[in-house]
Design a protein around this ligand. Structure first.
Ligand code: FES
Ligand SMILES: [Fe+2]
Length: 374
């Protein structure tokens, strides 16, 4: 039996369907097995709408950023008009990976091997000497057929999503339940005010997603950084592909800019599989980019946004970045210990989850397993 089949079998065996009953966790293979990770890349990340980057980082024509989705090298490119395209990051001659670091390519993308060059819209503009010295033409070879291969993408607000397989349902439909939940936020007023590079976290990407959407840990793990968010005011959100948690406090503060701790009403929302948005009322939001690297490594960034006209000084921005860095590091420590724990056979059964606080995280796991079965 494969690891994937084993994880699904254990889950189904321990599933209690009575509402309000204890919920089963995911057994160890789902977090530590490279086989499970590779299948997940093919079935979850290649087939769904995956979050890959921020539109505001591509306003400058010629900006190119290499990314990876489901283990495949892709390239985000901003063309002469500042429009974004996503391509396979692969030269159509011998298949070299074209761009290795974020850069501005100044007008065209040139392959470092035999100097084939591509426009910012992906057309093959030149294949120098391909047919002989100073001769590009070869019978049976058409440059028009050898442009960069495009990948389906959408830009939604400041966020870029990619669907590698090309056959996921339209993004509007795919994200409908999420869009419903974020109506409290006027997304047109979002302005990026900072970016935190949180480095590579030594855990499976699912631990970071699950941790974000269960409020059970907040008063314990973030006892100081979230001192104004008591457990009793939290609740979970389970709405199709939108899973999360929320806290409603009676009076919202006028601004979150000078906070040294989280003490406002908030929404912690995810769009399956990897888009993460935090809304901190009334005037702040944050988006995480979680990039699975291997079964036990995840790369993470966070972009901070202001909402509306609130002015943030440089020192406000620095305070916020420091606050969020601390909050994330508190979660990372926990997620890394979860990863360590999954090496033990004690977790063969996946443990248990609270039907009250962890139903959102449990449903996230269901979506992963559902995709693995399809
Ligand atoms: S591999 Fe790119 S030009 Fe030859
Ligand atoms: Fe947390």
């Amino acid at each position: 039996m494969s690891v994937v089949e084993e994880v699904i079998r254990i889950r189904e065996q321990s599933c209690t369907l009575e509402p309000g009953n204890v919920l089963p966790g995911l057994s160890q293979g789902a977090y530590i097995s490279e086989e499970f990770f590779r299948t997940e890349q093919d079935k979850v990340f290649a087939k769904n709408w995956v979050f890959v980057g921020f539109v505001h980082e591509f306003v400058e024509p010629g900006t190119c950023a290499p990314i990876e989705v489901a283990g495949q090298p892709l390239l985000i490119v901003s063309n002469d008009d500042g429009e974004i395209g996503v391509f396979h990051n692969i030269c159509r001659h011998r298949g070299l990976k074209l761009v290795t670091d974020r850069c501005n390519v100044q007008g065209s993308i040139s392959c470092p091997y035999h100097a084939w060059s591509y426009s910012l819209d992906g057309e093959l503009e030149a294949a120098p000497h391909f047919g002989g010295f100073r001769k590009q033409d070869v019978p049976g070879f058409s440059r028009a057929d050898h442009g960069l291969k495009r990948v389906r993408h959408v830009e939604w607000n400041d966020w870029i999503f990619v669907n590698l397989s090309g056959d996921a349902e339209e993004f509007e439909e795919y994200s409908r339940s999420f869009a419903e939940q974020i109506k409290i936020l006027d997304v047109k007023l979002l302005k990026p005010i900072g970016k935190i590079d949180l480095g590579e976290v030594k855990c499976n990407w699912k631990f970071l997603m699950e941790n974000f959407i269960e409020p059970y840990h907040v008063p314990i793990v973030h006892d100081e950084t979230a001192s104004g968010q008591p457990l009793k005011d939290h609740y979970t959100i389970v709405a199709g592909r939108c899973l999360g948690s929320a806290i409603d406090l009676e009076a919202e503060k006028e601004t979150t800019a000078k906070s040294s701790a989280l003490d406002m009403s908030a929404r912690y929302l995810t769009l399956f599989p990897n888009f993460v948005l935090g809304i901190y009322l009334p005037d702040q939001a944050g988006v995480h980019l979680n990039i699975p690297v291997s079964a036990d490594r995840t790369r993470q960034f966070r972009v901070l946004y202001s909402v509306g006209e609130q002015h943030y000084t440089d020192s406000d921005k620095e305070n916020l970045c420091n606050l969020w860095y601390s909050v994330h590091k508190e979660d990372h420590e926990i997620a890394e210990l979860l990863q360590e724990g999954r090496r033990s056979p004690v977790m063969n059964d996946g443990g248990v989850m609270s039907p009250h606080w962890e139903d959102s995280a449990n449903q996230f796991q269901n979506l992963v397993l559902q995709a693995m079965k399809d």
